[in-house]
Design a protein around this ligand. Structure first.
Ligand code: ADP
Length: 397
C-alpha cells in the first residue's frame, strides 16, 4: 500500500509518498510560494533533488505538479496515480467535532469548515489542500489526520479553563493541545524501544522546536498537554510568550497603545526566546550567543529549561509516577544543553542524565541518554509526523 501524505500551508505544500509495507519514503518534497510570484517545487527521490521553477497560482496547480513529478520518467517513483492507495491530510484543529482520523467526504468537509475559526492560520490551508486533491484525484480515498486528536483523551478537569462553564459550552473555549501526531508517535516509539506495551507506561513527551509542547501520556493515552486553546500557551517558545497572566497582557496593551488583537500578534511573534534574548528565536543562535557570553541569551535559555522542567514535574504528579521522558523535534533532538537543563537536579525524582551520551550528536536514531542508575529512562526520539499520518490513513482504510 502506498500513501501520499499532504501537509498544506497557506502558501506552501509538503508531501511524502510512503510505502506502507516497509514504511520507506519513496519521494518527498515541497511546493513553495503558492499564490505568489516565484513558485517552486523541490522534489527528492532516488537520492536526488529535482527543482522545478513554475508559477503555482493555487493549491490545485501545486498538487497537479506534484503528481506529475511522482509519475515522471526520471524523477518519478510510480508508474501511474493508480498506485497511490490513499491520501492522508494533516489538519491542525479538530475542535470537539472530530476525535479521531476521519474519512474525507462531502459531509465531513462541511463539518470541518467552521473549525477554521479555531486555527485561522492553519485549517483554511488544509481545506485548500484537501479540495485541491479532491479536484485532481476525485476517486481517491482520503483521510484527515488532526494534530489535536491525540489530546481528545484529556479528562474535562484537565482541558477546562476556569471560566463560566456556559461560555465553554457555547464557544467551545478550552484546551485542545497541538503537536498530537508527534506526541503520539514518540510515545509509541518509546514503548517499542523499551520493549513494553504503551498501556504499561507513564511518559512525558517534550516536543521542543520553534513551537514547543509537553504532554503527559498514561497507558498510551494523553492525559494533559501544555498548549491550550491555541499554540500560544505552555512553555515560552521561539517567538511565543507561553503561559502569561491575562492582566499583564491587558496592562501591556494599555501602556503600548496596542489593541487586544495587536496584543495577540505581539505575544505570538515578538516574545518568547526572541523577546527575552533580543538575539534570535533560533536555539542555534541562542546557544552560540550564550557561549560568547551574551547574558540575555543565557537568560532566555535558562527560562526555557526551567519552564520545561516545571511541566515535567507537574506531569509526573498528574501521571502518578514516571517511566520515561522523551525529547523530540528540532531543539529536543539537537540541543544537549536544553535537555541537561530540563533534567538537572532531578535525581530525587529518579531522573539522571549520562552527560556523555547526552552530548552525542543526533544521528537520527533513538538514543537513551539517561545514566545506568536512572530509574526514569530519558530518550531522544526523532519525530516523524508524516509517518503517523500515513499509518493513521492506512489504518482507517
Ligand atoms: P518547527 O516548530 O518550526 O517545526 P523545528 O522542530 O524544526 O521547528 O525546530 C526548530 C528549532 O530547532 C530551531 O530553534 C533550531 O535552532 C533548532 N534546530 C533545528 N535543527 C537543529 C540542528 N540540527 N541543530 C541544532 N538545533 C537545531
Amino acid at each position: 500500500m502506498k500513501i501520499l501524505v499532504i501537509n498544506a500551508g497557506s502558501s506552501s505544500l509538503k508531501y511524502q509518498l510512503i510505502n506502507m509495507e516497509t514504511e520507506e519514503v519513496l519521494a518527498k518534497g515541497t511546493c513553495e510560494r503558492i499564490g505568489i510570484a516565484g513558485g517552486k517545487l523541490t522534489h527528492k527521490a532516488h537520492g536526488q533533488t529535482f527543482v522545478i521553477e513554475k508559477e503555482l497560482p493555487d493549491h490545485t496547480e501545486a498538487i497537479s505538479l506534484v503528481l506529475k513529478e511522482l509519475v515522471d520518467k526520471t524523477a518519478g517513483v510510480i508508474e501511474s496515480m493508480d498506485e497511490i492507495d490513499a491520501v492522508g491530510h494533516r489538519v491542525v484543529a479538530s475542535g470537539e467535532t472530530f476525535t479521531e482520523t476521519t474519512l474525507v467526504t462531502d459531509e465531513t468537509m462541511k463539518l470541518l469548515e467552521p473549525l477554521s475559526e479555531l486555527a485561522p492560520l492553519h485549517n483554511p490551508a488544509a481545506i485548500l489542500g484537501i479540495n485541491a486533491c479532491r479536484a485532481v484525484m476525485p476517486n481517491k480515498k482520503m483521510a484527515m489526520v488532526f494534530d489535536t486528536s491525540f489530546h481528545a483523551t484529556l479528562p474535562p478537569y484537565a482541558y477546562l479553563y476556569g471560566i463560566d462553564y456556559e461560555d465553554y459550552q457555547k464557544y467551545k473555549v478550552r484546551k485542545y493541545g497541538f503537536h498530537g501526531t508527534s506526541h503520539k508517535f514518540v510515545s509509541q516509539e518509546a514503548a517499542r524501544y523499551l520493549g513494553k506495551k504503551p498501556e504499561e507506561l507513564k511518559i512525558v513527551t517534550c516536543h521542543l522546536g520553534n513551537g514547543s509542547s509537553i504532554s503527559a501520556v498514561k497507558g498510551g493515552k494523553c492525559i494533559d498537554t501544555s498548549m491550550g486553546f491555541t499554540p500560544l500557551a505552555g512553555v515560552p517558545m521561539g517567538t511565543r510568550s507561553g503561559d502569561i497572566d491575562f492582566a499583564a497582557v491587558e496592562f501591556l496593551c494599555r501602556k503600548k497603545g496596542m489593541t487586544l488583537e495587536e496584543g495577540g500578534v505581539y505575544l505570538n511573534k515578538k516574545c518568547g526566546m526572541l523577546g527575552v534574548s533580543g538575539v534570535s528565536s533560533d536555539f542555534r543562535d541562542l546557544t552560540a550567543a550564550a557561549e560568547e557570553g551574551n547574558e540575555r541569551a543565557q537568560l532566555a535559555l535558562d527560562m526555557f529549561g526551567y519552564c520545561c522542567k516545571k511541566y515535567v514535574g507537574a506531569y509526573m504528579a498528574a501521571l502518578g509516577g514516571l517511566d520515561a521522558i522523551v525529547f523530540t523535534a528540532g531543539v529536543g533532538e539537537n540541543t544537549p544543553s536544553v535537555r541537561a537543563a530540563v533534567c538537572s537536579d532531578m535525581e530525587a525524582f529518579g531522573i539522571e542524565l549520562d552527560n556523555e551520551k547526552n552530548a552525542q550528536k543526533n544521528d537520527g536514531t533513538i538514543r537513551e541518554i539517561s545514566a545506568q542508575t536512572s530509574r526514569v529512562k530519558v530518550l531522544v526520539i526523532p519525530t516523524n509526523e508524516e509517518l503517523v499520518i500515513a499509518r493513521e490513513t492506512a489504518a482507517l482504510l
